[in-house]
Write a protein that binds this ligand. Sequence first.
Ligand code: ADP
Ligand code: 5GP
Length: 191
Amino acid sequence: MDKGKLIVISAPSGTGKSTIIGELMKCESLRLEFSISATTRKPRGNERDGVEYYFLEVDDFKKRIEREEFAEWHEVYKGRYYGTLKSEITRITGKGNNVILDLDVMGGVDVKRIYGDNALSIFIKPPSIETLRKRLLSRATDSIEDINNRVDKAATELSFANKFDHCVVNDVLDDAVNEVKAIITSFVEKR
Ligand code: ADP
Ligand code: 5GP
């Protein structure tokens, strides 16, 4: 069985990463399985532990950092930690599936550095910062303060786009999904 590969999708929050990943997961031939991250943020809406995230207390997260259980981790927002458990990667690759990771830009750069040719990194760009704000507002899952923090962070995040293997603008959703699908297909089929 081929060893699974890693595909990282990064973008400023609100760009449409989760929407695009949801569409990619429907494509069975890509054999994608989502890497469930650990986080110290509280569940949002209907999120369940072990489905969208492993929700951890800060103390537990920090103990796991000390025990080197994370492939990468970042304090993405002040006091809110997010990380990829090494056990999550081996759980998925062990089945021969490819791992799809939804990470902040720093995490995306880390995974590419650590896994090299076994990883593909894709940066998704919003058409503009104004569109990004509108998408966060229409998603209606975050407070205005959180939305402002996320938009403020976007300009810095966009400056990391050139560190990724590919960059795709999410303007018309179907076009962006098709572009990302083509990039991933050629990567997973490469030996
Ligand atoms: P992210 O995972 O990057 O934070 P989401 O996937 O949650 O972003 O998308 C943010 C909001 O924008 C959602 O309400 C989603 O339905 C919407 N959205 C995603 N892509 C597009 C698009 N191409 N055009 C318009 N709205 C979009
Ligand atoms: P949210 O709170 O909206 O679910 O996610 C906030 C941000 O954290 C997003 O940009 C998401 O990509 C990022 N993120 C989620 N899991 C991880 C992770 O394991 N590592 C890193 N570095 N970022 C993550």
